[in-house]
Design a protein around this ligand. Structure first.
Ligand SMILES: [Zn+2]
Length: 400
């Protein structure tokens, strides 16, 4: 099984559009589209040669792809006899997906084209961030953004990164771990939106963004150390959701039996030991904690030490299932320097008797907007797979 077909299976969002050509001519069109997508602009003659197709077949396919706005005239190039040959290019930006991330008052909206690149963006800070009025306001901002986007591109799908646990069909938030109850707020958002919107678990959206930025990632455990800890898994170069859409949700794995009380109502969860709130005391902010730590305060050093031990223990336990690299992101991760990351890796090594030959801890790409980018990219991934396009090959061919 190739990476692409696996990605196709794991990234298929409900309601995504399929535009898979059916006929033999359609096969030629898909092959030509992928050739241009992966390797960049080419003339009709170059396409015929590289794909072993007749010129009439190439011409028919090019007309079909032009009609579907998947390709556009590219730069002309020198040909035999000194004449300029007309070239075709894949039209990355005629189709976009919209991704939304609304996390504790910071709203990010991104339009992402078929190359996985951000083509439009809005960031807003909304201080009052709960209740139906807030979610209606978010919905209206997204509607305005989508209306503006639609003037120059076709919107293939919209997805919102959701911090809770989703229902297995991905339709709604089943469990909001912050309140340990079903979450109704995103329902208001979806009702306000003028276009269909699917949900993607926030950690998976971030892992998707990581993957589009670096296709060399094979198997990895992604851990996001935010106000609420979350995680996702990458298997064979694709985000793997699992049948319940909660693969990698390690935050509520029991780390210390009968340990500290967790927000989920149980005791000893990883979240109770590894979230930023375990580092700070008496209303201290996270930047405040790290600046006092830098001044050599022993109490802060002890707290960070205990936090690293708990995190390493959680990573060691999780790596007994997915024994790959670890990608650390989220609010705390941005304060960790290379020495801290190496320290965490060392603590993991101490706790694992094997599986350490190929092991590295990497810092995730920073920024809340990564969830919005990844949400859109997960729609783009499903869409380009349905067209027979290979974004992994495109990454490795490194066309600008
Ligand atoms: Zn818990």
């Amino acid at each position: 099984m190739t990476n692409l077909s696996k990605m196709d299976l794991s990234n298929l969002a409900p309601g995504h559009q399929t535009d898979q050509p059916q006929s033999h001519h359609g096969d030629a069109a898909a092959a030509i589209a992928n050739q241009l997508y992966v390797h960049g602009p080419a003339s009709r003659r170059e396409l015929a040669e590289s794909l072993q197709l007749s010129l009439p077949t190439v011409d028919r396919a090019l007309r079909e792809l032009m009609r579907r706005q998947l390709i556009e005239p590219g730069p002309s190039r020198p040909s035999t006899g000194g004449r300029r040959a007309y070239a075709y290019a894949f039209a990355n930006s005629n189709h976009v997906a919209i991704g939304i991330s609304a996390n504790r008052g910071s709203l990010h909206i991104r339009a992402v084209n078929l190359a996985g690149e951000v083509s439009d963006a809005i960031d807003r800070v909304i201080p009052q961030y709960s209740g139906n009025a807030y979610w209606q306001r978010v919905g209206n901002i997204v509607n305005d953004f989508a209306d503006a986007t639609e003037r120059h591109a076709t919107i293939i799908a919209t997805a919102c990164a959701a911090p809770g646990i989703l229902t297995p069909d991905g339709g709604m938030v089943e469990f909001d771990l912050a309140t340990a109850s079903p979450d109704a707020s995103l329902r208001t958002l979806i009702q306000t939106l003028h276009r269909p919107c699917t949900l993607i678990r926030q950690a998976e959206a971030r892992a998707t963004a990581q993957l589009w930025a670096d296709r060399t990632i094979d198997d990895a455990l992604c851990i996001y150390l935010d106000h609420m800890v979350s995680g996702a898994v990458i298997v064979d170069g694709a985000v793997n959701s699992g049948p319940n859409r909660c693969n990698g949700t390690i935050a509520h794995m029991t780390l210390v039996p009968d340990g500290l009380e967790c927000r989920c109502g149980r005791r000893g969860c990883m979240d109770a030991y590894c979230s930023p709130t375990t580092l700070t005391e008496d209303g201290e902010s996270l930047p405040g904690f790290f600046s006092v730590l830098e001044q050599g305060e022993p109490n802060h050093r002890r707290r960070l030490d205990a936090w690293m031990d708990h995190l390493a223990q959680a990573i060691a336990a999780a790596r007994s299932v997915i024994c790959g690299d670890v990608i650390l992101g989220g609010q705390i991760a941005q304060y960790l320097d290379d020495a801290d990351i190496a320290d965490i890796a060392r603590r993991v090594r101490e706790r694992m008797p094997f599986g350490m030959d190929r092991f590295a801890v990497h810092a995730a790409m920073p920024g809340d907007e990564q969830a919005a980018i990844g949400a859109a990219q997960s729609c783009v991934g499903a869409y380009v797979a349905s067209l027979g396009l290979d974004p992994v090959a495109r990454f490795h061919s490194a066309i600008p």
